[in-house]
Design a protein. Structure first.
Lengths: 116, 448
């Protein structure tokens, strides 16, 4: 099964680039990527720029409406994702627990809807 | 299109063997046999069907149809030589019929028709065959499901209660409970919750979710056992049955042993726990001659068996505490020092404010009320009525009646169980009229 791991974290407390903490975080994600690849689970993933760069788009009555900022203003924001292939939810949970973001924020694991 | 599948099945007799001619119609024997097989084998059969067909809904429907057919056929044809085997084969055919109907509808072949063991699959007699029921329990109690969903699913699939019965026991609307169960089944299928027993290294993360379900079922029944709600009291029996099943399936798991021991020891006090008028009787005032010695014996033995394994967990320790209470021939003979020791260990293994509260009460009993009161200060238990209630009992013992009355008021404002409210009101009156000196330090007999 394919799962999307959505990584949520508090942007205010996130390590800033150039700091040792940022380096540690990167190393953590590197290690996760290696492990997920080794297990054959890695289907890609990315980190996102901060939610201050987000634009939310709606179409109402044929008109495109844009608002500045993320869809939901919450303390913890979506900061990245992985697409993982795992035999079952237990395997997906075990992998998600290895994502560094799970230790200071949260990782939401969502099964992909397959049309077959 | 309900009859499409029937035509594709050459023999719908459901007979695995073919002894029909030698059996005779006996409605009473058929009834007894059906009740027996449902009680003894329903969960096992259901679990096997889920494993084979990979769908809880399909397995449930197929088993239901097989039971209906058994109720119709056995009184006429006689009881088959192997009743559970008959149900397995018949339900298997019903499930395959259903899959064929769905395949036709979808215009494709159903994989299960080729990959499964076939219609003639027999009921495994070999006791060494891995028990499918354990898979079912762990799937129903997966921690990715909410606790309420786990409870509903477990009672429905493992204990075999109807949705209406579960709803009634939990004072919920049947539609709400049905929706909860449907949602849980959808999550199992949709999210890919595996139908398997966790590996040993996964057990520490997975077993507590199972134990919590059984304990919650018991507590629902125990807290409500006020005489006027029989259905809810049945939950205690149901929890004990589940606990026994878990011990049967995991005989080497100390926390499973500990949980069953705890349930049996608490249940042993059942008869003495409420007065004929339904009012609560405190542990201290209970007529200990009414405690069920058989349950106490079995519970204590389970506790010892569990603790000998040398990895004490929260259920074992709580059971050990219950066993110390059970050993005391009178409340004053209770070994409070030992109970304090057990709570101290419990607070280390599974720290929580409630454990701290119970430990404080035990210290109050072992070393005097003032020592307990100090430990009761500043617990993060706002809204938990046992906290001010425990404070009140110790204040009474310390001779501080006015403060005790105020603590009872606080407890009453946080309590919505009618029976417990009446209890607290009585205690408050006793404290206020300064009959408190004779009250002694009483402990509400409750599940923790």
């Amino acid at each position: 099964m394919r799962y999307l791991a959505l990584i949520y974290g508090n942007e205010a407390t996130m390590a800033a680039p150039g700091t040792p903490a940022f380096g540690e975080m990167l190393a953590g994600y590197g290690a996760f990527g290696a492990e997920a690849t080794k297990q054959g689970a890695m289907n890609g993933g990315d980190a996102l720029l901060p939610s201050t760069t987000a634009t939310t788009v709606r179409v109402r009555g044929g008109e495109v409406l844009t608002t500045d900022g993320p869809y939901a203003e919450t303390k913890e924001q979506l900061g990245g994702y992985y697409l993982l292939t795992c035999p079952d939810l237990d395997a997906a949970i075990a992998l998600a627990a290895l994502i560094p973001g799970a230790s200071d924020g949260a990782v939401e694991v969502r099964p992909i809807m397959e049309f077959d | 299109m309900g009859d499409l599948g029937e035509s594709g099945v050459p023999d719908v007799s459901g007979e695995p063997t073919g002894h029909r001619s030698r059996r005779e119609a006996d409605p009473i024997a058929a009834d007894v046999a059906l009740v027996d097989v449902v009680r003894a084998d329903r969960t096992r059969i259901l679990a096997g069907l889920i494993k084979r067909f990979g769908s809880i809904d399909l397995a449930e429907d197929a088993l239901q149809e097989a039971l209906v057919e058994a109720a119709r056929r056995w009184p006429l044809d006689g009881v088959p030589p192997n009743p559970p085997g008959w149900l397995v084969v018949t339900a298997g055919r019903r499930a395959l019929d259903q899959l064929r109907r769905e395949a036709k509808r979808a215009g494709k072949e159903a994989n299960a028709m080729h990959s499964s063991g076939g219609d003639g699959e027999s009921w495994p007699e070999d006791p060494e065959i891995a028990d499918e029921r354990l898979r079912l329990i762990f799937t129903c109690c997966h921690p990715a499901l909410s606790l309420t969903a786990r409870v509903g699913l477990t009672l429905r699939l493992v204990a075999g209660l109807t949705t209406a019965e579960i709803a009634e026991a939990f004072l919920a609307e049947e539609a709400t409970m049905a929706q909860r169960i449907v949602r849980a089944k959808r999550k199992i299928a949709g999210a890919g919750i595996a139908y398997r027993v966790p590996e040993p290294h996964e057990l520490p993360a997975r077993l507590p979710a199972v134990l919590a379900v059984i304990y919650l079922v018991f507590n629902e029944g125990y807290t409500a056992s006020s005489g006027d709600s029989l259905v809810r009291r049945d939950l205690c029996d149901e929890a004990i049955r589940l606990g026994r099943l878990l011990v049967e399936l995991m005989p080497d798991e100390p926390e499973a042993l500990g949980l069953l021991g705890l349930l049996l020891l608490q249940q042993s006090r059942h008869a003495s726990r409420s007065a004929p008028n339904g009012e609560l009787v405190t542990l201290e005032l209970q007529d200990r001659s009414q405690w069920d010695g058989v349950l106490v014996g079995e519970g204590s033995e389970l506790v010892e068996r569990a603790l000998r394994r040398g990895s004490p967990g929260p259920y074992q320790l709580q059971a050990a505490i219950a066993a110390v209470h059970a050993e005391a021939t009178s409340a004053s003979a209770t070994d409070w020092v030992q109970i304090v020791g057990l709570y101290t260990t419990l607070a280390r293994v599974a720290p929580s404010p409630v454990v701290a509260l119970n430990r404080a009460v035990a210290v109050g009993m072992a070393e005097g009320p003032e020592a307990g009161l100090v430990l009761l200060d500043d617990l993060p238990l706002d809204g938990y009525h046992y906290w001010p209630a425990a404070r009140a009992e110790l204040l009474v013992r310390a001779g501080r009646a006015a403060e005790a009355t105020a603590a009872y008021d606080q407890a009453l404002s946080w309590c919505d169980n009618d029976v417990e409210r009446r209890f607290l009101t009585r205690r408050r009156e006793l404290a206020r009229t300064s009959a408190g000196a004779q009250m002694g330090g009483e402990v509400l007999d409750r599940a923790e």
